[in-house]
Design a protein around this ligand. Structure first.
Ligand SMILES: [Zn+2]
Ligand SMILES: [Zn+2]
Length: 354
C-alpha cells in the first residue's frame, strides 16, 4: 500500500485501506509522515454510531491528534524542512472570513478539520497540512507525547477563556485527558487551588498525581444527592465557602454542569469545554441572579498551540504519564474500544512504519 489509512465506513466498521499519497496543492503546504495518532472521545463516538457519516455517505479516514515528521514542503515554506519533527494542529481555517480576520479562527465556518467529513483524518501514513499549522517540537519531546499537544491546546484555550490568573480557585469537572490538562494549565496560570471532579475512582487517583498535593484536590459527587447538595458538600470539604472563582466543565454531563453553576461564587466564570448531549436542563436563574459569566470554548485558537508547547518545553507539564498504551496501526479499533471502556488516560496508535 502506498498510503495505508484507517477508514470508517459506519458504526463498528473500520478497515485499513489504501489511499493516494496527498500532493502539495498550495505553496505553503507540507506533507507529513505521521508517526503517532492519539485516540479521542470523539473517535470512540464515531466508531460507535458512525453518525457523522450520515451527512456525506462516504467513508472517512479517522484521527485528528497527530505528530509526525515533515516529508515534503511547498516552495513558500520557510519554517519547516524535511526531517523536522512536528505536532499537528488538525484544523485549517479559511483565513478570509470575518471570524478568521477577527482572530477567532476556531469558529470559522469554512474550517477544514481532520476526520470531519468530507476531510480526511490523520490516521494514515502521509497527511497534507499547512506549514503554519505544524509546530516543531523540542528535541527532548518524544513524538508519542507530541500527540497530546492537541488536547493540551484545548485545555489552554478553555483556561484562557476562563481568565484564570493568580490566586483563583478553580474547579474542573471531568478527569479525562482534557479535564486533567485544563487542571494542569490552570495551576500553571497561577490558580491557588484546583479541584478535579469525576465519577470514576481511577481517574481521580491519576488526577491526584497530576495536580499535586497542597494546591488541589479531588472530589467524587454522590449520585443520590442533587447538584445543589453536591456543590454545598464540595464547598465545605474544600474550603470554597464563598464559591469557586472559576468552573470549567470538561465532562458535558448534565449533573456536572448543574453542580458547577451552584459551586460558583457570584460573579464567577463558567466555561463549557466538554461536549455532551445537545441540550440539558440548566439553572438559568442562577446565571441571572448571581451575575455568573458563561462562556463556550471550542477547540483552540490563535496562540494556543504555542502556549501548550511552551508549557511542556519549560517542564511545567509532564505529558509522559498521560500515555497509557500504544497500539499498532492495524489494531486502531482496539485502541478505540479500550478508550470506550475507560481504560487508561490516553491511548495512542502507531502509524505504519514502512
Ligand atoms: Zn480530540
Ligand atoms: Zn474563516
Amino acid at each position: 500500500m502506498q498510503n495505508p489509512s484507517v477508514i470508517l465506513h459506519g458504526a463498528h466498521e473500520a478497515y485499513v485501506e489504501d489511499r493516494p499519497i496527498p500532493v502539495l496543492n498550495e505553496t505553503n503546504d507540507v506533507i507529513i509522515r505521521i508517526a503517532y495518532v492519539g485516540v479521542c472521545g470523539s473517535d470512540v463516538h464515531f466508531w460507535n454510531n458512525g453518525g457523522h457519516l450520515s451527512r456525506v455517505k462516504e467513508p472517512v479516514v479517522m484521527g485528528h491528534e497527530a505528530a509526525g515528521i515533515v516529508h515534503a514542503v511547498g516552495p513558500n515554506v520557510t519554517n519547516l524542512a524535511p526531517g523536522d519533527r512536528v505536532a499537528l494542529e488538525p484544523g485549517i481555517p479559511c483565513r478570509k472570513c470575518r471570524d478568521c480576520k477577527a482572530g477567532a479562527y476556531q469558529i470559522c465556518r469554512k474550517m477544514v478539520f481532520a476526520a470531519s467529513p468530507p476531510y480526511p483524518g490523520t490516521l494514515t501514513k502521509f497527511y497534507a497540512s499547512s506549514a503554519d499549522f505544524c509546530y516543531k517540537i523540542p528535541d527532548t519531546m518524544p513524538l508519542q507525547q507530541a500527540v497530546l499537544m492537541e488536547p493540551l491546546a484545548v485545555g489552554v484555550h478553555g483556561v484562557r477563556l476562563a481568565g484564570v490568573h493568580f490566586g483563583h480557585r478553580v474547579v474542573v469537572f471531568g478527569a479525562g485527558t482534557v479535564g486533567l490538562l485544563c487542571a494542569a494549565v490552570a495551576r500553571n496560570f497561577g490558580a491557588a487551588f484546583v479541584l478535579s471532579v469525576d465519577i470514576l475512582k481511577n481517574k481521580l487517583a491519576f488526577a491526584k498525581e497530576i495536580i499535586g498535593e497542597g494546591v488541589g484536590g479531588t472530589a467524587m459527587p454522590d449520585s443520590s444527592l442533587t447538584p445543589e447538595e453536591n456543590a454545598r458538600l464540595f464547598m465545605k470539604a474544600h474550603g470554597l465557602e464563598n464559591g469557586a472563582d472559576i468552573v470549567i466543565d470538561a465532562s458535558g454531563a448534565e449533573a456536572s454542569i448543574n453542580t458547577g453553576i451552584f459551586l460558583l461564587r457570584s460573579g464567577g466564570t463558567y466555561v463549557q469545554v466538554g461536549m455532551g448531549r445537545r441540550s440539558v436542563q440548566f439553572p438559568i436563574s442562577e446565571i441571572c441572579d448571581r451575575e455568573i459569566i458563561v462562556k463556550g470554548s471550542f477547540r483552540y485558537g490563535a496562540g494556543d498551540f504555542e502556549t501548550a508547547m511552551g508549557l511542556v518545553e519549560k517542564g511545567c507539564i509532564n505529558l509522559q504519564p498521560f500515555i497509557t498504551n500504544v497500539f499498532p496501526f492495524e489494531q486502531a479499533t482496539e485502541a478505540w474500544k479500550a478508550t470506550g471502556r475507560g481504560e487508561g488516560i490516553k491511548n495512542v496508535i502507531e502509524a505504519p512504519k514502512d
